[in-house]
Write a protein that binds this ligand. Sequence first.
Ligand SMILES: Nc1nc2c(ncn2[C@@H]2O[C@H](COP(=O)(O)OP(=O)(O)O)[C@@H](O)[C@H]2O)c(=O)[nH]1
Ligand SMILES: [Mg+2]
Length: 213
Amino acid sequence: MATATVPVPDSEVPVEEWTIAVLGDRGVGKTFLARAFVFDSFLDMLPWQDESPPFTKELLVDNRNCRIVIPDDYDSASELDTAAPATQWLSPVQGILLIYSIDSRESFEHIRAIHAWAQRHASSARTTAVFVLAGNKADRGDPQRGARVVSKDEGAALAKELQMECFLETSAKTAQNVFRVFPIVVRAARAKKAEIEETERRKRESKRRCVVM
Ligand SMILES: Nc1nc2c(ncn2[C@@H]2O[C@H](COP(=O)(O)OP(=O)(O)O)[C@@H](O)[C@H]2O)c(=O)[nH]1
Ligand SMILES: [Mg+2]
């Protein structure tokens, strides 16, 4: 397992571990995006890191030490079904980063199905993963290159419709939002965990009150 070392968290403080799955069509840039984040190594940059997933990176998110684990990336929901028992694979996952490429309408249109697939399996795995949507290859959105076929507004609208936590465009070539997107997933997963813990605490509290009365 490859481990990035920068920035190194203070070993005195406990490390939170967050497992983030990266899902989307083949070729949208899932592996390059994860590598860019973990190794600070961008498309066209040499030397190229040759490590294969799972990737891990330790860093501070809002002053709390985190270890982000990015398991193997899967190319589509249908492949996922055959790659591993889905519920088993998804059970440690707390955040799901759904990726399409802004130069591929097909990859954008597949997001709905992949989201539905992940929700279906996540609920049977008793996972409460949060979802974030990213339109990758944003560098290809330069109007002079004319490669963009999915607008930012469409990406934002889809994320809203599917009630995802956040939408942003990324690039494993220019580093655009690469170091924002993974911490965003961590923050959302943290908030979700806190919400669940609070609900459970309230449930316990009200049960206790019932017993006392
Ligand atoms: N222009 C551009 N190309 C990218 C970007 N990310 C990945 N690619 C290219 O897309 C191809 C597929 O990327 P990869 O990460 O292997 O896709 P995956 O199948 O989703 O894991 C690579 O060969 C890269 O050349 C990006 O942000 N911008
Ligand atoms: Mg890949």
